[in-house]
Design a binder for this molecule. Structure first.
Ligand SMILES: Cc1cc2nc3c(=O)[nH]c(=O)nc-3n(C[C@H](O)[C@H](O)[C@H](O)COP(=O)(O)O)c2cc1C
Length: 249
């Protein structure tokens, strides 16, 4: 699908070929109910209006994209939301497991000819209400136009990722924010990623790797606490700690 939507994304600080960490909101359909889901995902702008993301095949994000094609990229400056949406452990209270309705607004997307075919599996109306995070300072609305399975390698060996091409169909900026994360927030993001890896290491019974990831997390946690004062980072770290307790129980 080609889109006639044009915007210069460098105006919101996105540079070609850089990797950004965003929160992707997708949805599933349960009867007549739209059920939103959000997760942190790496995003790359590969061409003027083409983005790529790489969800694991077992994520809800991927399953929702496969079924419903539409998704919203949320630009968020609260690192706590990255923790909530990335670490959905079952030890957490139900309200923390998946974001509840209070975190979402709905964006009205007029259904244009070029994506009518994608929209008709969701609604026969001439507009769709797409969920996005009400804390987003900007959103980009996309359709997944192509999906390829690719192989990557990391500490755990070779694994499958789904490479999803996203065509931009709409964009909204709600307020100014070119916020760069500060040191405590960057360290927090790194710690959240480590916690997702710890989950895999424990499941695969990789004891040496489990211990080394745990040590790194502990070091990061004490550094974030030492930097202090950043409420969002401290709340995120508390969430990470609860999540890890759940993995170990
Ligand atoms: C900064 C950051 C970047 C992430 N990037 C990805 C990614 O590119 N692909 C992926 O599958 N998971 C990524 N994750 C992990 C997912 O957010 C995590 O597995 C999440 O629980 C998936 O949720 P879902 O099953 O609801 O889609 C990332 C996590 C963080 C904190």
């Amino acid at each position: 699908m080609s889109s006639n939507f044009q915007i210069d994304f460098t105006s919101i600080g996105l540079k070609k070929n850089y990797l950004y960490e965003i929160l992707a909101t997708t949805f599933s359909i349960d009867g007549t109910l739209m059920v939103p889901n959000t997760a942190s995902m790496g995003l790359r702008l590969v061409d003027k209006e083409l983005f790529k993301i790489w969800p694991y095949p077992n994520t809800t994000t991927y399953k929702n994209i496969e079924n419903n094609k539409f998704l919203v990229l949320n630009f968020i400056d609260d690192v706590f939301l990255y923790a909530l949406t990335s670490l959905k452990g079952y030890n957490l209270s139900k309200s923390d497991r998946a974001l509840s309705e209070k975190y979402y607004n709905y964006y009205t997307l007029g259904v244009k000819e070029e994506y009518k075919d994608f929209a008709k599996r969701i609604t026969s109306a001439d507009s769709i209400q797409l969920p996005y995070l009400n804390q987003a300072w900007a959103i980009i609305v996309c359709i997944a136009t192509n999906i390829n399975q690719i192989l990557r390698k990391d500490d755990f060996g070779e694994f499958k990722l789904m490479e999803v091409n996203l065509t931009v169909i709409s964009y909204e900026k709600y307020r100014e924010s070119f916020k760069l994360f500060n040191r405590a927030e960057n360290l927090t993001l790194e710690t959240i990623v480590l916690a997702t890896k710890l989950n895999v290491a424990i499941e695969k019974k990789e004891r040496a790797l489990t211990e080394s990831i745990k040590r790194k997390i502990e070091e990061n946690v004490s550094n974030v606490m030492r930097f202090g004062k950043n409420v969002s980072a401290l709340k995120a770290i508390e969430h990470v700690t609860d999540y890890i307790k759940g993995l170990e129980s």
